[in-house]
Ligand binder design. Structure first.
Ligand code: FAD
Length: 414
């Protein structure tokens, strides 16, 4: 391996990873007048894509990303159909479209382009191999270019947005996400799904098909769809095959479907890591496990935390103190914003995981009988599920259902 003479001007902040969270961090850093440099190991932003891109419209609006340029939003949804493993269906129909599915590659490229226009630099085909430390303080990174040349780049702060792999987080001396919170996902592009509503997301619950998570089918107007599932154990591919051939409803919808493309990736559901900062270092996005434990959605929470990380970095640089003592305010700020939602979603995930397939079936039947769908019809935000719960808790059907869920949970965990 050759050590290349550095030709790069040292930036204020190095960002590891050009996913949505890394690029959005770089955009915010650049807007604050800081020199941000993003290193992305792949040759193109947005590829390979592993994500369904199912996102709340209101959250995108709050971040200034809705409407989006043509082609990025592939479909919008005002309904979701939940199925038990036995085929019981419970549907929620909302008064307006509340979620959309994005072309994630184009979305990621849009954020990266904005970051570049704001002044951030991107170095593609460049893998960050190591963190450079002086004492306990992280002072830069060792990078490897696609031609195998290696280089050391220094910065005042390294912002880690490397995604779920968390290789650098360990080098930074931080504890990684809880391994028992990981599920292993398969995400496929399919054609020829049958009998699906054009603006409804299909969700398949139950241990027999997706233990520890669920399966999903997200239709697109061109007749193709995104099909996926995740599981806490076992081979997700085998579960996908079983879903497509044995599930009483999905087998009818997917019996003639053809898989055009398939990807595999992990999702972290264990809630945020207990410490996402060190001396000269901040972790953000999937690598800090800033992901909804209920649904595995990490784009919105990761981007919200990226803004907080950029603000924190800017303040620390202004006062010339990048010690962990100065950067710890980042953890407090993102938890102040998201702690309640994380707590509710972690409980919801634990509840769903505890149910046998028979109890899952019972739960969906009960929701239908109680008219929970009517109580939820006015909902326009699904990301912040703690706040959503508070919004609907006053409705008698929701209260009764919560009490019933508590009984179900207790009977599953005597
Ligand atoms: C199957 C599946 C479906 C999902 N569906 C949804 C969904 O519908 N909605 C939703 O909100 N979320 C969803 N998610 C989660 C979502 O994909 C992540 O939360 C989101 O991509 C996190 O963004 P990030 O920038 O933190 O990480 P990533 O998107 O993983 O980006 C990390 C980037 O860092 C780069 N990188 C890593 N290590 C290095 C290194 N050492 N040097 C240089 N570059 C490096 C990677 O190449 C990558 O580009 C899904 C996840 C999976 C697996």
């Amino acid at each position: 391996m050759n050590q290349r003479q550095s030709t790069t001007n040292n930036p204020d902040v190095i960002v590891v990873g050009g996913g949505p969270v890394g690029s959005y961090s770089a955009l915010n850093l650049a807007k604050l007048g800081l020199r941000a440099m993003v290193f992305e190991e792949h040759s193109q932003i947005g590829f390979p894509n592993h994500c369904a891109g199912h996102i709340s419209i209101r959250s995108l609006k709050n971040l200034g990303y809705y409407p989006l340029p043509e082609g990025i939003v592939e479909n919008t949804f005002n309904a979701a159909n939940f199925y038990s493993p036995q085929g019981t269906k419970f549907s929620i129909r909302l008064n307006q479209p509340v979620t959309c599915t994005l072309n994630r590659a184009l979305f990621d490229q849009q954020i990266a382009a904005q970051a570049m226009s704001a002044g951030a630099s991107f170095s593609l085909n460049t893998s960050v191999q190591s963190l450079i430390k002086e004492g306990r303080t992280i002072k830069g990174v060792g990078i490897r270019h696609s031609d195998e040349q290696e280089e050391t780049i220094y910065a005042k702060i390294v912002l880690d947005a490397e995604g779920v792999s968390s290789r650098l987080l360990r080098q930074g001396g931080l504890r990684t996400m809880r391994s028992e919170g990981l599920v292993y996902a398969v995400e496929a592009e399919i054609e020829n799904a049958q009998d699906i509503e054009p603006h409804a997301v299909e969700v398949y619950l139950g241990r027999a098909y997706a233990p520890g998570f669920y399966g999903w089918l997200i239709p697109k107007p061109d007749g193709t769809a995104k099909l996926g599932l995740a599981a806490s154990h076992g081979n997700p591919n085998e579960y996908l095959k079983r879903l497509m051939t044995k599930h009483p409803i999905a087998s009818k919808q997917l019996g003639k479907a053809k898989i055009k493309q398939i990807n595999y990736h992990a999702i972290t559901l264990g809630g945020p890591i207990e410490r996402a900062y060190a001396d000269g270092f901040l972790a953000v996005g999937d690598c800090a496990s800033q992901v909804k434990p209920s649904t595995g959605g990490g784009v919105i929470f990761g981007m919200a935390c990226a803004k907080i990380a950029a603000d924190t970095a800017s303040e620390a640089l202004r006062v010339g103190d990048v010690s962990s003592n100065s950067l710890q305010v980042y953890q407090k700020r993102f938890l102040d914003q998201l702690r309640f939602d994380f707590t509710v979603m972690l409980r919801l995930r634990r509840f769903l995981n505890a149910l046998s397939d028979e109890k899952t079936d019972e739960m969906l039947r009960f929701c239908g009988r109680m008219g929970v769908d009517r109580a939820l019809s006015g909902v326009d935000e699904i990301d912040f599920q703690g706040k959503l719960m508070l919004q609907v808790l006053g409705k008698p059907s929701v209260l009764a259902t919560m009490a019933y869920f508590a009984l179900l949970y207790l009977s599953a965990n005597p």
